[in-house]
Design a binder for this molecule. Structure first.
Ligand code: ZN
Length: 94
């Protein structure tokens, strides 16, 4: 995993100087099958978006933990297809 500490410090400095309230979120994904702690991503399977561990290929939502911000709140339940698609298309800026 790459770390861009100068970018993080720059963002925090900008927030401190210009914004009264802001928060940063980090991912806390976990695959219960293989112990993978990186980002669990979505893949398309017959036109449906499904969550898949990139390490072991686990797609069982009962054997993985995925947390994402949706509508202002951190959610850990799995989402409908529309929301899953929206989450999949998000861009990480750092
Ligand atoms: Zn896994």
């Amino acid at each position: 995993m790459d770390h861009n500490i100068p970018a993080v410090i720059s963002v925090i400095q900008y927030i401190y100087d210009n914004i009264m309230y802001a928060e940063l979120n980090t991912r806390s994904d976990y695959c219960q099958v293989c112990g993978f702690e990186g980002e669990i991503k979505t893949v398309e399977d017959n036109g449906k978006m499904v969550w898949e561990c990139p390490n072991c290929g686990n797609r069982n939502e009962n054997k993985m933990n995925v947390a994402r911000r949706t509508c202002g709140y951190i959610g850990t339940n799995f989402w409908n297809q529309g929301r899953t698609q929206e989450i999949s298309e998000r861009v990480l800026h750092l």
